[in-house]
Ligand binder design. Structure first.
Ligand code: GLP
Length: 266
């Protein structure tokens, strides 16, 4: 893993945006397949990408995007659907074809079949070049709650009371939060060629400490990312506050900058 403890939210957002920009430029005319996350964590990076598109001509033309997850029971147009969230926060503001921004259909008559079909669609697109991730306070990624199989595929899951509580801020009341979701599995996410996870705030500190330094376990699903060779973790000081080896990560990062070696890993 590469661990980047950012000085502030803007610096963290720039680091995430840099990786997206680099991936877009590398894949060029082949068209990048982006894996997009919802939630508050990646929003500053999305805002920075929109700025680069408007002011610096960064282009998403020819790219496709797959969302990580969607609530079961929310139609695409619902105010709180992730389908809508990603359009409001990123894709409608850049030059990506709207039809190329895919998410699981939360209103599908057969959510189990929809999950399998969505997993297949990702494979048919050639897989994800760059997956952006946030992390839940209980260590979930996408909606892979504690107890998820570490090789799970896209499927229907029951949300934990903690996730429902965490996500209720977007709804009028916790009662309105859907109790099930369609989510890419941990095995699906792990097939992305590169992964950038971003987190901020004290509420994420325990999950970030497990993610980077804990034992790989279904108890903290994000720990499976330790088994992926190309993961960048971008956190602020508060989210990094329970990392035992934070000083080492800072030292390694400074050394990387000093020696201009891109992609040094711990
Ligand atoms: C939701 C999403 C996750 C996201 C997590 C954290 O549960 N399914 O993809 O990472 O929330 O959200 P936030 O970034 O708002 O803290």
């Amino acid at each position: 893993m590469e661990i980047h403890i950012a000085a502030d939210a803007e610096a963290g957002a720039r680091t995430v945006a840099d990786v997206v920009e680099q991936t877009l430029r590398e894949t060029g005319e082949l068209g990048t397949v982006l894996g997009l996350a919802t939630g508050d964590s990646p929003v500053p990076a999305y805002t920075e990408l929109i700025r680069r598109h408007r002011e610096e001509g960064l282009s998403f033309a020819g790219s496709r995007a797959f969302l990580l997850d969607e609530y079961v029971g929310l139609p695409a147009g619902h105010d709180q659907s992730y389908h809508r969230f990603i359009r409001e926060q990123l894709t409608s503001h850049v030059d990506i074809d709207d039809a190329a921004v895919l998410s699981p259909d939360g209103a599908a008559a057969d959510p189990v079949a929809e999950a399998a079909a969505y997993d297949r669609r990702i494979g048919e697109a050639g897989g994800v070049d760059l997956q952006i991730l946030g992390i839940g306070s209980n260590g979930h990624i996408a909606f892979n709650e504690p107890g998820s199989s570490l090789v799970s595929r896209t499927r229907v899951v029951a949300l934990t009371p903690r996730t429902i509580e965490d996500n209720s801020r977007y709804f009028e009341s916790p009662d309105e939060v859907p109790v099930r979701a369609l989510t890419q599995g941990l095995g699906t996410i792990l097939e992305a060629r590169r992964i950038v996870l971003t987190a901020s705030g004290e509420g994420k500190a325990a999950a970030v400490a497990r993610l980077v330094e804990g034992s790989v376990s279904a108890r903290w699903p994000a720990t499976i990312l330790q088994m992926h060779p190309e993961v960048l973790v971008v956190v602020d000081e508060a989210a990094a506050s329970q990392l035992e080896l934070a000083d080492y990560y800072r030292y390694a990062r400074d050394l990387e900058v000093e020696h201009a070696v891109a992609g040094q890993r711990v």
